[in-house]
Design a protein around this ligand. Sequence first.
Ligand code: VG1
Ligand code: CO
Length: 543
Amino acid sequence: MVTTRIPTTPFSDQRPGTSGLRKKVTVFQQPRYVENFIQSIFDTVENKDGSTLVIGGDGRFFNESVVQTAIKMAAANGFGRVLVGQKGLLSTPAASCVIRKHKAIGGLVLSASHNPGGPDGDFGIKFNMSHGGPAPESFTEAVFRKASAITEYSIVDTPDIDLGTIGQSKVAAMTVDVIDPVADYAELMERLIDFETIAELFRSGFRMRFDALSAITGPYAKAILEGRLGAPAGTVVNGEPKPDFGGHHPDPNPVHAHDLMELMYGPDAPDFGAASDGDGDRNMIVAKGLFVTPSDSLAILTSHAHLAPGYANGLAGVARSMPTSRAADRVAAKLGINCFETPTGWKFFANLLDAGLITLCGEESAGTGSNHIREKDGLWAVLLWLNILAVTRKPADQIVREHWATFGRDYYTRHDYEELETAPANALMDALRAKLPTLPGQRFGGLTVQSCDDFAYTDPVDKSVTPKQGIRILFAEDARAVFRLSGTGTSGATLRVYLERFEPNADRHDLSTAEVLAPVVQAANDIAEIATRTGRNEPSVVT
Ligand code: VG1
Ligand code: CO
């Protein structure tokens, strides 16, 4: 086998965003585009000679082709061993688990996560470090600099590797291990979660639906829920990963997981409903007739985690992304532990987890996780919920209502304005920033601005500073609006507006979210001049 060095020229757009490089499939399909980016990653990885690299993706269109390229390039770049999921598959949490367990130097995770798939959909490439978590910005910026000046890449000239069969082979001097994508992950779950008590719950007639949205979590959920925990066959629906996710938009929220919502709010609702996203790191939790907001879910898991074996000794601390509601803060205060506020994106949790400052963390975008890996973990969150339901034997909606009764309710919604033109979206954020000094004391939609800022984060561990992470406006009426532009979209700009209001009074815990938040929506729209600056009177998606 011959290693060839192929001359290339840079692409100017290979800067990773919130979670890796995400572009339309057609962009990734340009000759040398994938190779340039992977070479730039490999050139940034230190001490790679002879080391182990994990490779896998969520099975979306183009996955297998990029896996083949990545293996051949890894062999040409001096890696000693590659662990790759069978058929090129690994969920994002499973990739993180495999990297840690097998002491790999890192991993290439191929996914555009919650973005749609198929030939006209999105693709993505992300690098995870030896701790199993997404590379920090210092690394991704170095990759971008290399990609912007690349002149050649290295690849071994060899036929495609058989990814269908579990086993070992060689590509040049490098060993390739095709592994069962589920085994290591399932074994880890079994150590953290009380499988026996959950199995008893299912034996007692408890029923759930898990909607995998034709994405990667299907095989994991089937193996664990139906295989090990004895949930009836058919508990997992849309359980076969498909290159185009069967047309599903694999974002587990009430809008895109509408079938599950309809079932859970209908007369034949099972006891519990859940869904996960394209690459398996997000989760959606639905009780009978009650959608659980991810912010509430993080708070509830924080207060109940000790019921699971993996967290029986309590929690070191908890963290949430800045736009996530403050529900977790209230629980942390009661438990007497720290609650950290980080920028959006899982990469910011890694240092806190590594330093042992936190045990659980989460984001409003349906991401929840713990120190067991360094990614958010959709199925883990569902299993932890099941563990809590199995131990308490309370219905999920009762757990949520009791939580509100104890801590108060944080009404929460997110408005997304998708595919805006980039210039006006940036102008909206710039204008908002410029206005900040004048806002305190002003009234909008019946609310008074108490304080506001452009969120900057100082990492408590390495002291690195990340500025401009979203504009937050706090109202005197215990309400908040947060504005930021998405870093995962692939066409134009997406404005995210996060809206919340705290309600301590138990008589007011069963109101409609839209009604409670209407004044906050009004105030946010007025302050940011959303309609005039974007030309949109309605958000594209409300979750
Ligand atoms: C979104 C979410 C963020 C999440 C990121 C990756 O980012 O808001 O909370 O970490 O997606 O999730 P943005 O920049 O578009 O708001 V995943 O499941 O797509 O890897
Ligand atoms: Co995801």
